[in-house]
Design a protein around this ligand. Structure first.
Ligand SMILES: Cc1cc2nc3c(=O)[nH]c(=O)nc-3n(C[C@H](O)[C@H](O)[C@H](O)COP(=O)(O)O)c2cc1C
Length: 173
């Protein structure tokens, strides 16, 4: 599928919108709720079995998805801001919580992402941070942007092991 050309049109979520999807182990979509379909502008049929990267926006730094996968694969929840690309090239921001669900026997069941609207404050701060990380990625590569991201988290006084999730949640208050 060819990716739409990104525009500067923003799709706004209301405070009660909850965008849900589930995936297999590779991140291929196995379930989407009606609001996911409505906001993304894709039909259900064109989303199912497609990789979640169908929504990937070029403004998103790679390091965020690297961090996401490193953690969810190990069963650790991740809370992260994501800018997503819609079928018509418009975009929307969400605060996503991504979790691994397991079967009663402990085997992998699916990954699930629940996404909510983000505040204007969070949007302003996170756009600046992601823009900065993206620039570093383009000029120096992903290792440099990972180092810059960790330094940013530490500069914000967050040293505990789930610093990333805490930082992301606090920003949306
Ligand atoms: C449950 C789940 C939900 C995801 N949701 C999104 C999403 O909304 N937007 C997105 O760009 N990537 C999402 N991803 C991450 C993608 O799998 C992928 O890592 C990302 O789009 C980067 O793609 P790329 O490595 O092909 O550039 C999700 C992954 C999982 C497991």
């Amino acid at each position: 599928m060819t990716k739409p050309e990104p525009t500067d049109v923003e799709q706004k979520l209301t405070s009660i919108d909850l965008i849900v999807s589930k995936s297999d182990e590779k991140g291929n979509i196995t379930y989407v709720n009606p609001i996911f379909i409505k906001i993304s502008g894709y039909s259900q049929a064109s989303l199912l079995e497609q990789p979640h990267a169908i929504l990937r926006h070029p403004d998103m730094p790679k390091v965020i998805f690297k961090y996401l996968w490193e953690n969810i694969k190990e069963g650790r929840d991740v809370v992260a801001y994501v800018k997503n690309l819609c079928a018509d090239g418009s975009f929307y921001w969400v605060l996503a919580t991504v979790k691994m669900a397991k079967n009663p026997d402990g085997s992998f069941r699916n990954y699930m992402s629940t996404r909510r609207a983000i505040t204007e404050n969070a949007k302003a701060q996170i756009s600046e941070l992601y823009g900065h990380l993206l620039e570093i990625e383009k000029s120096e590569g992903i290792e440099a942007s990972e180092a810059a991201f960790k330094a940013f988290i530490e500069d914000n006084g967050l040293t505990e092991s789930n610093a990333f999730n805490t930082f992301m949640k606090n920003l949306n208050k």
